[in-house]
Write a protein that binds this ligand. Sequence first.
Ligand code: ADP
Ligand code: MG
Length: 325
Amino acid sequence: MNSEFNIIDRYFSRPACDALLGPGDDAALIACKAETDWAISVDTLVAGRHFFPDTEPATLGHKVLAVNLSDMAAMGATPRWITLSLTLTETIAQDDAWLKAFSSGFFALADQYQIELIGGDTTCGPLNISVQIIGEVERGKALQRSGARPGDDIWVSGFLGDAALALQFLQQRIPLTEQEAASCLSALHTPAPRVTLGKALVNVAHSAIDLSDGLLADLGHILKRSEVAATIDFNCIPCSPALKNRLQPENAARQLAIDCLLSGGDDYELCFTVPKNRRDLIARQAGIKLSRIGEIVPGKGLTVLNTSGSPLIFNKKGYDHFLTR
Ligand code: ADP
Ligand code: MG
C-alpha cells in the first residue's frame, strides 16, 4: 500500500540544486536576487472539468505544468521553481503505473526548462492537480495586459483553435481524419508553452497574454486592462489545414470551426501587441510562426472583420467556469 509519504518519496522528491531548500521541510527556501521581480501564478486542473478522468497520466503531467509555463511566457518571465498540490483518489494513490507515468510527463517538461519542484502537498479526494510557479524577470520589465496602446499591431503565435477542435472530436460532435485527429489532440494534450518567445518580447511588446480561454475573451482582457479597442481581421487568424478546411463556406462545420478559432480556448499561444515601428524585431523571432491579426485603436470593444470588411457574427465569447455550461 502506498502512503502519502512514500508517494512523495518515490515519485515527487528530487534534490533541489538551485533553491536553498527543496521538498522535505515545512517550507522550501529560495534566495531572492537583487534587480529581479518574481512572477507568481497558480493553475488547477480538475478531473471531469479540465480533462477526462481517463486522460493518459503522462499527458496530464505535461499539461498541468505547460499551462503554468504559459503564464510565465505571457509575463516574459523565466520559470524557475514549482510546487505541486495533488489530490488523488484512493484508486490512483495505489496505482503505481499511473503515478510513474504522471511524474515522468511532469518532470520531462520540468527538465526541458530546468525548473525545480521545491515542495507540494499530497491529499486524498477527487482527482485535482494544482501547480504553483515562480519565475524571474528583470525588475520592472514584466509584460502585462495593461500596456496596449492605439496604433499597436496585434500578434499571435502558432495556430489557434486546434485544441478546441480536438475537444469537439472527443465529444463526437465533429469527425476528423486520423492525421487531423493526431495533430489536434496533441495541441489539446501536450501544448508547447511559448517561454522563449515570451522572454524575447520583453522590451519589445507593449502588452501580452496567453490564450487559455479563447482569442476573443483573452484579447478582451488586454483591451479592458489597457482601456483601448481593437479591430482584427478574421482571415489573418492563423489556423491549421484541418480547421481551415472547415471554414469553407459550404462546409457543414463552418460555424463550429469559427467558434473554435475565436473562442475555443486551451491554445496556450501568446497574443501580444507591439508598436508598428518594431515590426522588424518581431520578424526576427525565428522558429515560431507569428501572425499579425489586427490593430489596437482608441475606444472600447473588439471588432472582427470578415473578408468583405464587414463585422463577423460569432456565437460564443470564451470559456468561463461559472457562466459556460
Ligand atoms: P506539512 O504537513 O508540513 O504541510 P507535508 O507532510 O504536507 O508537510 O509535506 C512534507 C514535505 O513533502 C514538504 O516539504 C512538502 O513540500 C513535500 N511534498 C508534499 N507533497 C508533495 C508533492 N506532491 N510534490 C513535491 N513535494 C511534496
Ligand atoms: Mg502539507
